[in-house]
Design a protein around this ligand. Structure first.
Ligand SMILES: Cc1ncc(C[n+]2csc(CCOP(=O)(O)OP(=O)(O)O)c2C)c(N)n1
Length: 493
């Protein structure tokens, strides 16, 4: 089954090998010796378990030498048992987790439309893959936007992992479902290579122009969260892999945790230039409930390779951080407040990702704060100074990569280190600082992580109220810090 948005095609075949042979062999406009040729057609094999035939087609088309096929699933080779892009020219996108390819393909097709480019996007999917909700979001999106440069080829072999498709989740009438979403559908025998080829070649001949519409409706480089969060990441990756810097945003956890696996596999693994923005980090959406609290997001994003994690401390840092992640070549997670946060800096500080801002120097203790806790930390620093203590205050706006030097200096030059964050004490800023300090040789200051208890809130409250319950208001932080200092070193009477 072959489908093209407002002109898309779908076909029946028992194996995807014939389809790939046709597409790589005579449909795709590509340059095997210049795999990243910007004007190339894009092919995404979303059913990544079809890796063996995909690599064979890539080799046959001349992207890699045939001898490299011996690397397939072999120790030390690069040809994984699921389709991988790393070290394999001719592969646009790694796959293996079903349901990722089409949203990315839709993002690529959208970019081509907006930029007035003539390249086309082909996505090879499986029938079992049609069970994935992310695909239906993308099908809806592509149909709505009439992406007539996007073609899905569904290997409709009627069998999926554990049983027949009909016995798992019935897809019929599949063609009609696509048509109802605004797609044109053709059904062909997938083994009839002539028929598959004829259908693929008509793609793009329909001349439906929506370029102007896109240019006016979408501000450049932004994916509007008008699409649901799963597809949003895929679309963004598609656009980023087509050369854009793309920002996605949603509130609380929605833009990160719902599509976590897509962020890992599609954004981070591809080092795609996607900036995931959370509006309302921490308890900003307090009384909307636990579902809206972003309280583990930093820990989870921080664990992802290639991801930069930024939680600016005030509106001035937020502006600087936005510019900095925009200029960064690669993925970033920008965790913002909900607006209305107090300004802490009296003038614009020097801002560099991965470098904490020392806002005041001191030798008794260091407060290291991220996100909105910077304001509280500044007030606490004032209070402690009034008591005669010499307080160092560091705004650690970038949690990853962490400013290791600033942490080491805090732990060796001052006598106590406290981290302050509106996030679970597990795995966020406190966790990151603890990792550095615990691996230090020699004497070092004790660390206390001040943050949210790692549990779901069971009472309703706005941000201020909930923060006070967790001891994250000024009074609560003082209550935590004072006895530690007094007990251990007698600095406070
Ligand atoms: C998100 C996700 N869940 C589960 C799997 C495990 N898995 C691998 S192949 C497959 C289904 C195979 O059937 P189908 O998708 O129809 O592909 P075909 O057998 O036709 O190639 C599944 C569930 C996966 N790859 N991704």
């Amino acid at each position: 089954m072959i489908s093209q948005a407002k002109t898309s095609h779908i076909g029946s075949c028992l194996s995807v090998a014939d389809i790939l042979a046709v597409i790589y062999g005579s449909v795709l406009r590509v340059r095997p010796k210049q795999a990243d040729w910007p004007a190339r057609d894009r092919l995404i094999v979303s059913k990544g378990h079809a890796a063996a035939v995909t690599y064979a087609a890539v080799a046959e088309a001349g992207f890699i030498p045939t001898e490299r096929l011996a690397e397939y699933a072999r120790n030390g080779g690069q040809l994984y048992g699921h389709v991988t892009h790393l070290g394999v020219p001719g592969i646009e996108m790694s796959s293996g987790s079903l349901g990722h390819g089409l949203p990315v393909g839709a993002g690529m097709a959208l970019t081509a439309k907006r930029d007035g480019r003539s390249w086309r996007v082909f996505v090879v999917m499986s029938d079992g893959e049609c069970d994935e909700g992310s695909n239906w979001e993308a099908i809806l999106f592509a149909g709505h936007h009439r992406l007539d440069n996007l073609v899905i080829l569904i290997d409709y072999n009627k069998i999926q992992s554990l049983d027949f498709v009909d016995k798992t989740i019935r897809l019929e009438p599949l063609a009609e479902k696509f048509r109802a979403f605004g797609w044109a559908v053709r059904e062909v025998d997938g083994h009839d290579v002539g028929a598959v080829r004829r259908i693929c070649l008509v793609v793009g001949d329909l001349g439906y122009s929506v370029i102007e519409e896109f240019a006016t409706r979408y501000p450049k480089q932004f994916v509007n969260a008008g699409v649901a969060e799963q597809s949003m990441i895929g679309l963004a990756v598609g656009m980023a892999l087509s050369g854009k810097v793309v920002f996605t945003y949603s509130i609380g956890n929605f833009g990160t945790l719902r599509c976590l696996e897509q962020i890992r596999n599609d954004v981070c693994y591809h080092s795609a230039n996607v900036k995931v923005v959370a509006i309302g980090g921490g308890l900003a959406y307090g009384n909307l409930g636990v579902t809206h609290h972003a309280t583990e997001d930093v820990a989870i994003m921080r664990a992802l390779p290639n991801m930069t994690v930024v939680a600016p401390g005030d509106p001035i840092e937020a502006t600087l951080a936005t510019k900095a992640v925009s200029a960064l070549d690669g993925p970033a997670y920008l965790r913002l407040g909900k607006a209305g946060e107090p300004v802490v800096h009296s003038r614009e500080p020097a801002f560099e990702l991965g470098r904490g801002i020392t806002m005041r120097d001191g030798s008794d203790l260091t407060l290291i704060a991220s996100g909105g806790m910077l304001a509280t930390a500044a007030h606490v620093a004032d209070q402690l100074s009034e008591k005669g203590l010499s307080v160092r205050l560091v705004s650690m706006h970038t949690v990853k990569p962490l400013d290791r030097n600033a942490v080491v200096r805090a732990a060796t030059e001052t006598r106590f280190v406290f981290t302050l964050e509106e996030h679970s004490i597990e795995g966020g800023l406190g966790g990151a600082v603890a990792e550095v300090i615990s691996e230090l040789d020699g004497p070092r200051a004790p660390l206390k992580r001040i943050g949210l208890r790692p549990q779901f809130n069971n009472v309703v409250g706005d941000q201020k109220y909930l923060k006070s319950l967790h001891g994250l208001d000024e009074e609560g932080v003082m209550k935590t810090i004072q006895p530690i200092i007094a007990r251990s070193y007698g600095l406070v009477s």
